[in-house]
Write a protein that binds this ligand. Sequence first.
Ligand code: ANZ
Ligand code: ZN
Length: 871
Amino acid sequence: MTDAISTEPQAPRYDFRTQEPLWQKAWNEHACFTVEDVPTDGRPKYYVLEMFPYPSGKIHMGHVRNYTLGDVVARYRRARGFNVLHPMGWDAFGLPAENAARERKSHPATWTWDNIRNMRGELQRMGLSIDWSREFATCQPEYYGKQQELFLRFFETGLVERKESWVNWDPVDGTVLANEQVIDGRGWRSGALIEKKKLSQWFFAITKFAPELLAALDNLDRWPERVRLMQANWIGRSEGARVRFPLTAPKGDIADVEVYTTRPDTLFGMSFLALAPEHPLALAIGAQNAEADAFIAECRRLGTTAAAIETTEKRGFATGLTVRHPFIEGAEIPVWIANFVLMDYGTGAIFGCPAHDQRDWDFATLYGLPIRPVVKPAQGELPEGEAYTGPGTLMNSGFLDGLGVDESKSAAIARLKKMGWGEGETNWRLRDWGVSRQRYWGCPIPVIHCDNCGTVPVPVDQLPVVLPEDVTFDRPGNPLDHHPTWKHVNCPQCNGAAVRETDTFDTFVDSSWYFARFCSPQNASPVSREATDYWMPVDQYIGGIEHAILHLLYARFFTRAMQASGQIGVDEPFAGLFTQGMVTHESYRGADGRWLYPTEVERLADGRSVVTGTDEQVTVGRIEAMSKSKRNTIDPGAIIERYGADTARWFILSDNPPERDMEWTESGVAGAYRFTQRLFRLAESIASLGQVETPAESSPAARKLRRATHRTIAAVTEALESFSFNVAVARLYELAAAMTEAEKDATAAADDKALSAARIEALEMLTRITAPMMPHLAESMNDLLHAGSGLVANDAWPDFDDSLTAAETVTIAVQVMGKLRGTVEFPPGSPAEAVIAAAEAEPNVARLLEGKRIVKKVHVPDRIVNFVIAG
Ligand code: ANZ
Ligand code: ZN
C-alpha cells in the first residue's frame, strides 16, 4: 500500500532502529524481568501468561496482539510493586512438523527448531518483558519426560484408563484420524472412505471430575461469561431416567434393552425403540441377518462425530423385534436400529416419541410410524408438521394426565422405580479424554506391553522415554511403529521380550500443564510444590476464544489431577481469563479473482487500486480476520522493521477494546508512528529546559497542565486495571495535546518557572505511564530528561495528586420549596455562606423570592440549596 512514512523527514528525530535494540539489551543486562522460583522478598505475586505459540514459522498479527496485551499487564503490575512471572515457551509437538518433514524430506525437529529460533527473535524484537531464562519447548525431553512422569502419577491415582473406543480409521494411510481430519467421510490426505474401528487407547478419566469442573465455573468470576457457558454446555449435565424395556421374546441371552431419556413424561407417546448400530443387541441381530449387517456396516462408514451424525439423513432398519411398554398393558413396540443413535451416550438406545422430539419426528415420518401427542401446550395449539418440545400439560397419558411436564417426569420415574423398570439418572455429555495418537512428533506414552505381564508402566527412573531421531516418513502410518529397534525392549517386570507403546500423546496434553512447569522449569519433579504454591494460579491468562473449550477444560482437568495426585495445591489454573478479538484487514483480488497480499496492491491518487506497478484492476473485498487463505495478512516482522516495535504495539492497542476485533490499516500504523516522533520531539523540547526549581507560586498555565497530567495518571491507571487499553491510549493522546498546548503557553511566557516545572513533571509522568505500551520510547524519553538515572522498566507506577484530579467546580442545585429553580457553580467544599448568597442572587430564584419571607435556608454541601418561604 501507499508509502506512509515517505512523508517523514529523511532522518527521523527518534531513531527506533538504534534505540529499541539498545533498551532491549539494557533490560536484559539488568535482568529486569527475571524472577526466582520462590521469591522471599514479601512482595505480592502476579502471574501473567499468554497462550504459548505453536512454532509454525513466523509470528502473525494475532500473536502481536496477544503478547502486547500480556506485556502491558506484566509491565504495569511490575510497576505496581508485584513480583511478576511472565514466561514464554513453545507448544512444539504436532502434525504440521511431520507434514513439513514429509514434504521437505527433513526432520520435524529441524523444522521446529528453525521456526523457534526465528520466532524467538521476532518476539524479542517486540520488546516483551519476558523472563527468557524460563523458556522451554514441549518437544524437549526435559519437558516431555516430566510429562511422562505425570502420566505415571495419574496412573497410580486411578486417573488413567485403557479402553476400547471407536475411532476414525483411514484404511489407506493405516492410521487413526482426528475428527477434523475427516472431510465428507474421507481421509483428508488419502481421500479414502473412513471406517469406524475399535481400538485400545489410553484415556484420562476427565469424567471423574465432571461435577467439580462444572460447579467450579461459578467461582471463575474473572472469566468471560461466554466461555463459562461454553464449558458448562460441553460438560453437559443432563437429568433424566434409565428405563428397561423387556423384549417380548429374548434374543439369545439378551432379555431387555435399557434406554436413557430426559423425557420420561412422554412415555405414553412412545412409538418405537431405537438402537445404536454398535449396540450389542444390534450386533447380535446383525450376526444372523445379512440385511441388518449391511445396514450396520453402512452406518459405520459415517464417522464418529456427533456433527456428522446430526447432519446425515436419518436412516433406520426395522429388526422385527418388539418390546413391552411399562405403562401400557399389552402394547408391543417395534425395535429399530437407527443411524442417529450414538453408542457412547447414555445407554446407546433410545425410546422414540415423535410428537415431542424433532429427530424422532423426522424418523417416524420417513418410516410411517405413529405420532401420538401427549403434551398439550399451555397456550395455543400443537404446531403442524413438527415436534412440540415446549412446556405444557400431559394428555393421553393415563396416570399422568393433567400434570405439568416437570411433575410428570418425577411421577413417571417414581412409578418406574416401584415397578422395578427404571430409575432417575444423571448423565454427562463430557467423555473421557482419549489421548493416544499414532504419530511420531509427540510425547511417547511411557508404557510397555508384555505378553506375560500385560501393560507395564515404564518405571520413573527409566524416564524419559526419548523419541528416536532416525525415523523416516516415506511410508504411511506411525514411524515409531516402523522403526527397526526402538520399540523392542525388555519388560521392566519379568525382563522378557516386550514392546513399547508406539502411540504418542495428543498434543493438548503438552499444553495442559506448561503453566505449572513455568513456575520452576528446572525442577527435578514435574512441578515444584513450593514454586506453584507461590505462583499459581495464573492471575491473568490471555488468548484466543478458539481455545474456550478444549484447551481450557484439559488444563483445568490436569490441575485437578495434579492436585489429586498430591503435586500441587490449587485446583483451578487460571483465576482470570481474557479472550482477545481478531486482527482484521481488507482483502484484495486481482482481475482473475486470485487473492492478493496487501503488499502487492497500490492505491492510486484517483482512489483506484491496482496490482503494484501494473494497470491490473484490484477489487477491494471485505474486511476479514487475517488469514493465509485470503492473503490479507500483514507480516509483523516487516512492520517492526519499518516502523519499530513500539509503533506496532501502540497501534494494536489503540484501535478498539481488546476483546473486540481490530482493523489493521496502513494509515493507522502510520499515525501511530507519527505519534512516537511527536512524543520524542516534545521530550526534546522539555529536556532542553534543563534543571528547574519549582517556584512557590503556581501559574494558571502550570495549574492547567498539572491537572491534565494528574487526571491522565488517574485515567490510565483505571484503564489498565480494567483492560481498556484503547482508553489508556486515547488519554495519552490527550495528555500529549495538553503538553503541546503548554509548549505554546511557554513561548508566550518564557519566564513562567512554574510552567517549566509542570512541563517537566508532565514528561516524567508520561514516560512512566506510556512505558507498559511503548517501553522503548519511554526509556529514550526518560534518558533525554535524566540521562543515566536508571531504567523506566524499574520505576514505580506514579501516584496522582487528588487535589489536581478533582473536578474544578461542582454544580449545585438551587430549589425553592423543594423545586429546582436554578443552579450555581462552585469549587467543591466551598463555604455555605458564599454558596447560599450566590443561590439567592441567581436571577430566576431571586425573582421567585422577591417579597417573600424566607423561613429556612437548607444547604447540602456541594449539592443543594433549598429555600423554604412563608405563605
Ligand atoms: C425420549 C424422548 C422423548 C427424548 C422426547 C427427548 C424428547 P440430552 O439432553 O443430551 O441428555 N438420547 C439419549 N441417548 C441417546 C443416544 N445415545 N443417541 C442419541 N440420542 C440419545 O438428551 C437426552 C435425550 O436424547 C434423550 O431423551 C433421548 O431422547 C436422546 F419427547 O428420550 B429422549
Ligand atoms: Zn513382563
